[in-house]
Ligand binder design. Structure first.
Ligand code: ADP
Length: 614
């Protein structure tokens, strides 16, 4: 296996071992940790959810028990917003608050007689005066508050029929003030009927009084559905929007009473401590006392009211609609759900996960970047190895020619067979020329190496570029003559001197001249010019040789690079000449450019800055 491949192979293995494998392990561990973390988070969340639900449930039960205790002690009134209905429950039958009034009415014959007498006198005999007396007599016979209220209502009608408006209103006001309100067989407080009477032609002060009486009645009386509708109607007529809303809501709530008997067996089964959920918005139904107690009560608790009073942890809220994936409170509170948003602990875990993902991404990017660097290094190294071997073969080839020339000339001289002094001096000149070429080659390699390592020293001084060109040409005179080149120099005398190292610059121009010779074709003509172009002095070396393909223009300045030659031509060289030119010109703050097309010759230009003083 070639050494270059071995290096690449070893580096790939190294990369795999040092970066890819640890990254993969790290990634696998990271992903596993994230998964475990996620599972733990979910578990913790569901535990937390259950805990919150259990706490809420306990609190709800405690509050319900509170209501049950208060109901048992007779402390629950319609004023209590949490309670929607309180009814007597005995022998499996429900007795609504207003049904008690019916029982009262049926029980008393004497009072009934007096009242019917008064009614007949008022409506049939049209004798309001006699009717009032009868009504008063009935009032005296009344043994319950309901009977008294009925008698008063009739009395108000009699007084009104006689035109005693003030006396009528006094009676009605008295009715309104009753607390709690006595109700008729439909559960309607007698005061409501009286109010209807009072509203006709009442002053605003009287209306206010009526309103007060009405809202008080709502707070003190368990209304039947009919009574609630009537209260809603009355409050609407009085323009009391708030009161109307409460009454209307209550009326709609009471519509479910028709279904109540069907759930009574379930309620009884739930036991003395039990609760069942009923209707919508949900009522929680419970019973007081023990089975068989004659004064057991059925309590209907407004779930929403009670739940609103329970303080929930941040992020949790009641969900009675049941639309979300909220957690049900479980039996007996079917329909009651608690929606719990992801807790802050979960969010913290979320940011932890984000950190993991970021770390993983970082690892992957580092691995990818390292792979890219490695690939670049391997390619560069392979190229360098290729160039190095090219260089060795080029240099040895370059060395071989002058050495063999020198050797041949020296041997011929040594043999002493050449008598002609002109020929002797020609051989000697050849030896000198070839040794010069040798030392130039060695100097070139050394220069390149020194410049590459930043060790080359330049001695700047004011220099005439025309002189520099002359000295470069002088160096190559022998070879130019040998090659039969026609060299034309055209130096503008107006170009000012520049600050430069004359030897280094002469070397650069010499390299360009030597290339112009090497890569010339049939037309052996070279032009060297010196011109001023703005703030630069430009030395151009132009040949009419083989030219360079545009895609090679940038690369020919790279160390050891040699562009492929047309028709497999062979030209000696190490690929360093232009690199050295580039290094020297850059050290002078200038640059080297090339204009060339294959087959049309090349022009290399050295751009050197002209200093201010010049
Ligand atoms: P070398 O001449 O030793 O190969 P250089 O660095 O001087 O190295 O030149 C690099 C390459 O640029 C050459 O191999 C050649 O292909 C191309 N080149 C340089 N000068 C010329 C020129 N005047 N005409 C055509 N090609 C040239």
């Amino acid at each position: 296996m070639p050494a270059r491949l071995l290096v690449a192979h070893r580096q790939t293995l190294l990369f795999l071992g040092a970066v890819v494998v640890p990254s993969a392990v790290l990634m696998a561990l990271g992903i596993r940790t994230i998964r475990q973390d996620e599972e733990l988070r979910l578990k913790r969340r569901s535990e937390e959810r259950l805990r919150i639900v259990e706490l809420a449930r306990q609190e709800l039960l405690a509050r319900l028990e509170g209501v049950r205790l208060r109901a048992t002690a007779g402390q629950v009134t319609p004023r209590d917003r949490a309670v929607g209905m309180l009814a007597r429950f005995a022998s499996g039958r429900l007795m609504m608050p207003w049904e008690t009034a019916v029982a009262d009415r049926e029980a008393d014959g004497a009072f009934q007689g007096a009242l019917q007498q008064a009614e007949r006198q008022l409506h049939q005999l049209r004798d309001p005066v006699g009717a009032s007396a009868q009504a008063r007599a009935a009032a005296l016979k009344a043994r319950t508050r309901a009977q008294r209220a009925r008698a008063d209502l009739l009395l108000a009608a009699c007084l009104s029929a006689q035109g005693h408006q003030k006396a009528t209103r006094d009676v009605v006001r008295g009715l309104l003030r009753l607390n709690p309100q006595p109700v008729d067989e439909f559960g309607v407080p007698y005061a409501f009927y009286a109010t209807q009477r009072l509203l006709e032609g009442a002053s605003s002060a009287e209306q206010r009084e009526v309103l007060e009486g009405l809202s008080q009645a709502l707070e003190t009386t368990w209304l039947s559905p009919v009574a609630a509708h009537m209260a809603a109607d009355l409050s609407a007529r009085l323009g009391a929007a708030g009161l109307h809303e409460v009454a209307a809501q209550h009326a709609s709530e009471l519509e479910r009473l028709a279904d109540l008997p069907s759930v009574l067996p379930t309620l009884e089964k739930a036991g003395p401590q039990g609760w069942i959920s009923f209707g919508k918005p949900p009522w929680l139904l419970g019973l007081t006392g023990q089975p068989g107690d004659p004064d057991r009560l059925l309590i209907a608790v407004r779930a929403q009211e009670l739940l609103a009073a329970i303080r929930l942890p941040v992020g949790a809220r009641w969900d009675l609609g049941g639309t979300t994936d909220a957690t049900p409170l479980g039996e007996p509170f079917s329909g009651l759900r608690l929606a719990i948003l992801p807790d802050p602990v979960g969010n913290r875990n979320g940011s932890g996960r984000l950190f993991f993902v970021a770390a993983l991404l970082l690892v992957v990017s580092v691995a990818a970047f390292s792979a890219w660097l490695l690939n670049r290094d391997v390619r560069r190294e392979a190229r360098l190895a290729r160039l190095r071997s090219q260089f060795v073969s080029s240099v040895s080839h370059e060395l071989r020619t002058p050495i063999s020339t020198i050797r041949t000339c020296a041997e011929l001289l040594d043999m002493g067979r050449i008598g002609d002094t002109r020929q002797v001096s020609e051989y000697l000149r050849a030896i000198i020329g070839e040794s010069d070429r040798l030392s130039r080659l060695v100097d070139g390699v050394l220069d390149f190496a020194r410049t590459e390592q930043g060790e080359r020293a330049y001695h700047f001084q004011s220099v005439s570029l025309a002189d520099v060109i002359q000295s470069a040409v002088r160096e190559l005179e022998y070879q130019l003559a040998q090659g039969g080149f026609d060299l034309r120099i055209d130096a503008d005398p107006e170009v000012p001197d520049v600050r430069a190292d004359p030897e280094a610059l002469a070397q650069a121009v010499g390299n360009l001249l030597s290339n112009a010779m090497k890569y010339s074709g049939e037309r052996r003509q070279i032009e060297v010019s010196l011109r001023r172009d703005g703030r630069h002095a430009v030395v151009r070396v132009r040949d009419h040789g083989i030219g360079i393909a545009p895609e090679e223009h940038a690369r020919i300045f790279e160390g050891f690079y040699r562009a492929p030659l047309p028709d497999g031509r062979e030209v000696p060289g190490a690929g360093l000449g232009l690199t050295i030119v580039d290094q020297i010109v850059k050290a002078h703050g200038g640059q080297v450019t090339v204009e060339s097309q294959p087959g049309q010759g090349s022009t290399f230009s050295l751009w050197l800055p002209i200093s201010e003083q010049s």
